[in-house]
Design a protein around this ligand. Sequence first.
Ligand SMILES: [Zn+2]
Length: 337
Amino acid sequence: MYSPIAALVLTATDNNTSWQVITLCVVAALAILVIIGNASEGELKRNKPEHVAFVKTHSTLYKNLRELNGRQKFHEISWDTLITYPLSKFCDTYAQYNRTSTSDLFQEFIELNIAKLGEMVRLIKKNIILNTVYIKEYKMLLSSPFVKKNDKGKLVYGEGYQEFSKTMKPKKFLEIEGYLYKKGQLDPSVVLAITCEVRYISPAGRNSYENKRTYNLENLETWLDIVVRNVKNRSERQNKISHERARVTNSVRYNILKRDGHSCKICGSTASDGVKLHVDHVVPVSKGGTSDNYNLQTLCDRCNSGKSNKFDGERIGDIDFDDLEEFLESGDLEDLV
Ligand SMILES: [Zn+2]
């Protein structure tokens, strides 16, 4: 059973400068991603709409900010394509609780989304770099001289703008301009917080256990590396296993049966005893065994099923090395490699 979800996001800024809308719906993932404008709508709403409109029309700072925002090329990050994985797990037993770690959940989530998360991390990091440049330029906009202090320390409109004082006081102008400036700042930063939790509540409800961990961007990056490596190793191992299995051709089988005198290397049964003979890997391929002759043996179906995939470090059954040598000398090797 899995707990429900908390997920959300919102997006930025001024109507005029809105540049992206991000919605997150990582079902069952406790992820919080935030993009926010820096000033509340409320601060602006306390002012008369005609004053706000006036500032929007006449503020050089505001005009420059819009121009700056229009030039930004922040990357849009799409979270809703992630394959979901329950990051919050309720265990049925205490033993299962002990076996399950938060990092297991996190790894499986990553493994399902390797490519997408990799791309996401890349874009977030690009945005971080773009944003440092943006913030520098954003701060430089403040040198705009539309309203300034005169010799007596009084706020006045700049050269050529004196007529505005009839419409709004410079102080009010400055205040609204300040709100617009704060509100208009783009912030592509993404606070990435993926929380994994494992829980167990004892049947009577007397004890409850919880193991919780939150991963940030840096953690995600580290784990991505680990998971990518694991997946690669696993697939290499899988390829090797398939390769070794494919090496046991009919011709190899025939040669091994012949080498083993058409009898089981464990119990000595032959086809005339009513058993079926198989060629078997002494060390299973899943445990690193190869399909070289010395690792192949004839077993009957009874002994083979008893042996299963277990390998305890000793060979099961004897290999007759005299036969093997004779076989090798016969030169019937072309099918073996
Ligand atoms: Zn046997």
